[in-house]
Ligand binder design. Sequence first.
Ligand SMILES: Cc1ncc(COP(=O)(O)O)c(C=O)c1O
Length: 371
Amino acid sequence: MPVPFMDLSRTPPSTERLVRDAVLRVLDHKQFILGTEVTAFEALASRELEGASALGVSSGTDALLLGLMALRVPAGAEVLTTPFSFFATAGVVRRIGARPVFVDIELDHFGMDLAAVSSLPRSRFAAAIPVHLFGHALDLDPLVRWAEDSVPIMEDAAQAIGARDVHGRLAGLQGRLGTWSFFPTKNLGALGDAGLVATRDEELAARMKQLRAHGQSSQYRHEEIGGNFRIDALQAAALTSTWPLLAEQNRQRRLNAAYYERRLGDLARRDDRFVLPKISAGHTVHQYVVRVGGGRRDQVQAGLREMGIGSMVYYPIPFHLQPCFKDLGYREGDFPRAEQAAAEVLALPIFPGLRPEEQDQVAAGIEKLLA
Ligand SMILES: Cc1ncc(COP(=O)(O)O)c(C=O)c1O
C-alpha cells in the first residue's frame, strides 16, 4: 500500500464537523471581512500566546512582510537571517528593498548558528529574523543578548506553533514580534492561506493593525502605505474551531516521532551519516527531518518513491545559492552547513493520521535502502 507524505482527507469526522459548522456560520451571517469571527480568533490567539496582542493576517508570508513594514526597516538596510528556510523568510526582506545577510546554521536543529552571530557588529543590522524550523523552538537567549535593544528580532515561527524552547518558552514570543503560518499542511492549518503576527509591544501592534488595512487610521484616511493583509473571516472561524485540538494533534506527531526513534535508532547508531532529528520536550514535530549523508539522500528518496512512500526535501537550495539572490554576491561554500543540510535532509511522513502499519513500512523501507 502506498504511504502518503501527508493526507488532509484523514481529518477525523468530529473535526470536519466543527470546521463545517464554522464555515456555515460565516455563510449565514455573511460578515466576510474582519468582524466577530476575526475578533474571536484574535482573542483566542492572544490567550494561547500568553496575552500577547495577536493579529490575524492573510498568510505567513504577509505576516513577515507586515512585521518588517511595521518595524520600519528601510530600503537598503541589512537584515540578519538564516540561509536555510522556506523562501518567504528571505523573500520578504528583498521585497521591502532591504538586504538579507546570512549566517550559517547548526545541524542539530537547522537554526541560525547563534554563536556565530555574537561576532557580528550589531550596528549593521535593522532587524534579525531567526526561524524555528520543523517545530523546534530555538533558545534565542544568545541572539536577544547580542541584539540588546537596538536590533529588533522578528521570529519566524511559521512552523512552530505551540513549540517550546529548552526553558519552556513559546516560540515567537522572545523577540519584538513573532509570525505564524496556517498553510493547510501546518500543525494548525486553515482552509487556504492564513497567518498571524503577535507582539507584547502595544505600539507595534497598533501599527501592524493599521498597516494590515492599507495604513488607514479612519475610513479612507491613510497615515502610511500598508497593504491588504487581513485574514478572511472564514479562515478565522475555521481556525477558532480547530485550535483547541492542536495540543492533541501535536501529541500524535510526537508519538509518531518516538516510533521512528525506536525503529531507526539502531540504524542511526551504526551509520553515523544517517542522523535522526533531536526531538526535545517542546518540539511539535511539524516535520520529521532525517539527514542521509554520504551522497545517498536522492537515491534513498527515489527508492522510497518506488516503494510508494512519500517523502519531501525541505529545502534543496539554500538562499545564498538561489538565482534570485545572485546579486547579494554569495557563492557556493559560503555556508557549508546550510549546503550540507540542503544535500542531506529528508522529511518522512509524520502527520497525525499516519497509521502504525504505514510507519512500519516507512521504517522498513529506510532500513532496506540503507542496508
Ligand atoms: C518558515 C516559514 N516561513 C514562512 C512561511 C510562509 O507562510 P505562508 O505559506 O503561509 O505564506 C512558511 C510556510 O510555508 C514557512 O514554513
